[in-house]
Design a protein around this ligand. Structure first.
Ligand code: B12
Ligand code: SF4
Length: 433
């Protein structure tokens, strides 16, 4: 079959920009659509193409005309969900293709895509199940057989009959690497912007052993934490031969110390000569500094840590299962090891001037190389969304970029975004990674 995989263009809207002319808050990141490359890696019996509309915003119609797909697969995060529907609608109006939607928003909020513009919704990892769906469609027997796990045929006007489908090791299809070659034409777009260096993505783990209330990662694996073998990860790294910096895109690369240690050894032995960026929790840093030392030897250049908040009561309310003291200790350990810290913080729409001052003071007094500050956002499908639902005033998913307040701000809204912008300006003054 001809299959076209589509990465949506940069999406998302900005309240501070639209209402107050504050342009410094909206973020734009770059990187390869690894999820789609992973899917393609398990569709080798078919003719698969990929169009990355982030790198080539006008590429959709040409891609459709050139590849005349029988099936299109579209991915998307929450702030891209409306754009995904628009793309599906454009395709529906002009081409006769089966339209499948998957990714993090489809996994967490599948009913959003339960509409006429779409044919199938895929929840979870999809690498195995999507390939099985394609086989059924290819044979023309899809109507007579039970759909693969996590896949739903749309039933517009009637809620989907959802089932819990936790992912298993088999869903990783480790033996088949991502089709990195599909994004070759776009490689120059995937750079670490500050340094102008090419950066590639590799996945080594899926899901997370924790369950923070605001986080949508649980939807990716149905709540499970799954790791790939060191051999499979090293194989993928070696495939990205000419790429010097690799972002391990896992939500938590170090959720299994045993596997993370084995992976560091395997990377060292393979002499790949690459540098890495990876996500880690602060309590893992504090409990396992020796593992970080090993990873430093393996090429770990920077870690991304969800510090989220500066006091225990806020961490508790987020179900972060961590302490502010751990954050401070982790900063000292990483500093000593010479590992760059990218630190995520979440400001609450309920913030008053005092809260902004306290966070500002914390950032001035802790050596975090690049603080990343987002607004607490109730992403559909998360426990936070369930608890904040009655307070949500903005339901347009275009604004769910994690840089807009979709619940009311305690401060005057203009003041809230001005204080937010000041915090970003202050924290980025000395930023470097
Ligand atoms: C890499 C990454 C990016 C890349 C995305 C590259 C791309 N697609 O173009 C970049 C840097 C561009 C990016 C941008 C953003 N990101 Co981002 N990103 C990630 C990260 C770290 C990894 C994603 C990844 O590659 N995973 C590995 C792949 C293999 O897994 P996957 O994408 O889930 O795909 C698998 C399945 O979901 C499924 N699947 C996926 N798509 C499809 C499609 C079909 C048809 C099928 C069948 C299956 C399927 O199959 C894949 C293989 O198993 C995640 C966190 C995480 N660990 O997941 C955050 C994450 C996805 N990002 C997030 C956010 C918020 C953003 C931004 C909004 C940030 C911002 N403030 O601007 C922007 C959105 C882009 C925009 N403005 O339009 C959130 C999303 C939360 C949500 N529910 O919306 C996450 C979860 C991080 C977080 N903070 O919680 N991001
Ligand atoms: S530790 Fe990180 S990835 Fe895991 S649930 Fe919490 S925020 Fe999500």
């Amino acid at each position: 079959m001809n299959i076209l995989l589509i990465n949506p263009p940069d999406s998302g809207r900005s309240i501070p920009e639209e209402r107050y002319g504050i342009t410094s808050i909206k973020q734009i990141f770059r990187g390869e659509p690894l999820g789609l490359e992973e899917l393609a890696g398990n569709l080798l019996e078919h003719s698969v193409h990929l169009v990355d509309l982030k790198a080539e915003p006008d590429g959709l119609l040409t891609a459709l005309q050139e590849h005349t797909p029988h099936v299109v697969g579209i991915t998307g995060v929450t702030c891209e969900a409306n754009t995904v529907v628009q793309i599906a609608s454009t395709i529906r109006a002009t081409f006769d293709a089966i339209i499948v939607v998957g990714g993090i928003h489809a996994s967490n909020d599948p009913n959003f895509f339960n509409r006429r513009e779409v044919d199938y919704i895929v929840r979870g990892l999809g690498k195995q199940s999507f390939s099985e769906l394609i086989t059924l469609l290819d044979k023309g027997t899809e109507n007579q057989e039970v759909l693969p796990r996590g896949i739903y045929r749309v039933t517009p006007g009637k809620a989907l009959a959802l089932k819990q489908t936790p992912a298993t090791q088999a869903d990783l299809v480790e033996e088949r690497p991502p089709s990195f070659n599909l994004v070759q034409p776009y490689r120059d777009h995937y750079i670490l912007e500050k340094l102008g260096i090419r950066m590639g993505f590799v996945a080594s783990a899926f899901g997370c052993p924790h369950a923070c209330s605001f986080c949508s990662i649980a939807g990716q694996t149905g709540g499970r934490y799954l790791v790939r073998s060191a051999q499979a990860v090293v194989r993928d790294l070696a495939l990205l031969q000419d790429i010097p910096v690799i972002r391990l895109v896992d939500a938590n690369t170090f959720g299994s110390i045993e596997r993370a240690t084995a992976l560091a050894h395997a990377i060292i032995d393979a002499q790949l000569n690459k540098q890495f960026l990876a996500d880690i929790r602060s309590d893992t840093v504090v409990r396992h500094p020796e593992m970080l030392q090993l990873w430093k030897k393996a090429g770990l250049r920077a870690v991304i840590i969800g510090f989220e908040a500066i006091d225990d009561s806020s961490l508790l309310s987020m179900h972060k299962a961590n302490k502010a003291k751990m954050n401070t200790e982790a900063i000292a350990i990483l500093h000593q090891l010479g590992i760059t810290i990218v630190g995520d913080f979440i400001i609450d729409p309920d913030y008053d001037e005092h809260d902004f001052d306290q966070l500002s003071h914390y950032l001035q007094n802790h050596p975090i190389d690049l603080p990343m500050i987002t607004v607490m956002t109730p992403l559909p499908g998360t426990p936070l969304h369930a608890s904040l639902r009655p307070k949500i005033v903005n339901h347009n998913l275009d604004y769910y970029t994690l840089t807009n307040a979709v619940t009311p701000t305690r401060l005057d809204e203009h003041r809230f975004y001005s204080a937010y912008a000041e915090l970003i300006a202050q924290s980025h003054r000395h930023a470097h990674i």
